[in-house]
Design a protein around this ligand. Structure first.
Ligand SMILES: Nc1ncnc2c1ncn2[C@@H]1O[C@H](COP(=O)(O)OP(=O)(O)OP(=O)(O)O)[C@@H](O)[C@H]1O
Length: 471
């Protein structure tokens, strides 16, 4: 018998897309309880009582995850396991009390975890949720690893203004130093407002150094969940924790003789700051669950848009780590301080968009050029890039007008006050005003608001949190 139950959402576990779980279990009462609990937690759930029912449902329901009992009326759950694995369905097996051999075989075949009966529903839910997070993060980390491997060849650092020339000189000097000696390369700290190009500079620096053909590993400390960041950074041995089904090197190790880029370092939890300091001082890393230490040869670049000095005075960032990171500091100037670089960048982004979408050549009108030079660009180069791409895509004429640029009027008063030196209004106030206005324009749709501001949804969320804005 196939049972189909409608789903309801538990507000504590809201998810963008409901994950689908297939429960294969012949004990009807237990199955009913599991389905009810999972639906309450926001999952879409289907129940099959036998192997044959499950085979039918795999095609119809296309589950993301399966909970698989071993003893079923028409065979052993292990027979179905390989079919689930082949379809990338993460499977947790449920074994009878004391039946260890089934669990061992299931893990060998590729099950992600096992639970012994009688099963505690809350424990089951925790394991599912933990696995869900790991899978999502793993996908994005794997993607990020692949992307990082190819993304550095084409890095362009546009800008001829005096502050950008100084940035270039620093990069050249660091690259010269790296060619001079095999000694451990000094740590570089890149600071600057959001969107000023800290990531670009880190990649450009890597591309300019002798080890440019070695890995560049980007770690976004703000987006890694606290419970995963340690194993992602340091790696783990098989069995170090419940989901550690195999040994895995951490991101520090993956950087090998290349560059480890610790982005948004100010967001690293205090406990991990101590561990990172230890790695930087001793240049050794130990995977979770291992006794063996491995050498760390990578250059370390950290970036932040926070004031780490102030954070360390307030006890929110370890001062010893701050001093350790702050060996060479590069400060990225805000776009509004880069004079005519804004026009160089605008033309660069225009050409990029035209090329990408095979569009004809455009020109900027005089008023558009003026508007770009007088605007304050609180979102810096990222905001400029977004506005230009949008204007090129939407403009049906060959001339891009000031109107086509559609520079936001939002928060202008506050920002104008900042520029005029009004000490009552800070850049933080202006940023908050921009966020609130973008949210208003997008009717509290965070993704839309992020697009309006030319930032990612994750950055939008992070900045909303920073200003205590919730929708
Ligand atoms: N000098 C530059 N030349 C070319 N493109 C740039 C330059 N600076 C920034 N960009 C582009 O602007 C966007 C934002 O840059 P980036 O992500 O490096 O900023 P960031 O300072 O690291 O931002 P955040 O603090 O939010 O992480 C990217 O699309 C990047 O390619």
């Amino acid at each position: 018998m196939l049972s189909q139950l409608s789903s309801s959402v538990d507000k504590s576990s809201l998810m963008p897309l409901k994950k689908k779980i297939l429960l294969v279990e012949d004990e009807a009462l237990f199955a009913r309880a599991v389905v009810k609990r999972l639906q309450k937690a926001g999952f879409e759930c289907e129940h099959a009582e036998s192997l044959s029912d499950a085979r039918l449902l795999i095609k119809q329901f296309e589950p993301d995850m399966a909970l698989l009992d071993m003893r079923l009326p028409d065979g052993n759950g292990l027979d179905l396991l390989s079919e689930f694995i082949a379809r990338n369905i993460n499977t947790i097996v449920m074994t009878a009390f004391g039946d260890v051999s089934d669990a061992v075989n299931a893990i060998k075949l590729g099950a992600i975890d096992y639970l012994k009966k009688p099963i505690d529903l809350e424990e089951l839910l925790l394991i599912i949720q933990k696995n869900e997070k790991t899978t999502e993060l793993q996908t994005s980390l794997d993607y990020s690893r692949q992307r990082n491997a190819v993304a550095n060849d084409s890095v362009q650092l546009i800008g001829e203004s005096t502050p950008m020339q100084s940035v270039r000189q620093q990069i050249t000097r660091i690259a010269q130093l790296s060619a001079l000696s095999d000694a451990v390369q000094p740590t570089v700290l890149i600071t600057g407002e959001t969107g000023t190009g800290k990531d670009v500079v880190a990649r450009f620096l890597h591309g300019s150094c002798a080890n440019h053909d070695k890995p560049f590993v980007h770690v976004d400390c703000a987006s890694l969940p606290a419970e995963l960041i340690e194993s992602e950074l340091f790696g783990h041995e098989k069995g170090a924790f419940t989901n550690a089904v195999s040994s895995r090197p951490g991101l520090i190790e993956s950087a090998e003789d290349g560059t480890l880029f610790l982005d948004e370092i100010g967001e690293l939890p205090l406990g991990l700051q101590a561990k990172l300091l230890n790695v930087l001082e001793r240049r050794m890393v130990r995977r979770l669950g291992s006794t063996k230490e491995r050498p760390v040869n990578a250059r370390i670049i950290a970036a932040t848009n926070r004031d780490l000095y102030q954070m360390s005075n307030e006890g929110r960032f370890r001062s010893d780590l701050y001093y350790r990171l702050n060996v060479i500091t590069m400060k990225m100037p805000p776009l509004r301080d880069r004079g005519s670089d804004v026009l160089l960048l605008a033309n660069y982004f225009r050409q990029l968009t035209e090329k990408r979408y095979a569009l004809p050549h455009h020109e900027f009108s005089a008023a558009a050029l003026m508007a770009m030079q007088t605007y304050h660009w609180p979102g810096n180069v990222r905001e400029l890039r977004h506005q230009i791409s949008r204007a090129v895509l939407m403009c049906t004429q060959s001339m891009i007008s000031e109107l086509d640029l559609g520079l936001p009027q939002v928060g202008m008063n506050q920002v104008a006050s900042v520029l005029q030196g009004d000490s009552q209004v800070t850049l933080d106030d202006a940023e908050k005003a921009m966020l609130l206005n973008a949210l208003e324009q997008s009717r509290n749709n965070v993704s839309k608001a992020a697009r309006l501001l030319g930032i990612t949804r994750m950055t939008m969320r992070y900045r909303m949190d920073k200003h205590g804005i919730s929708v």
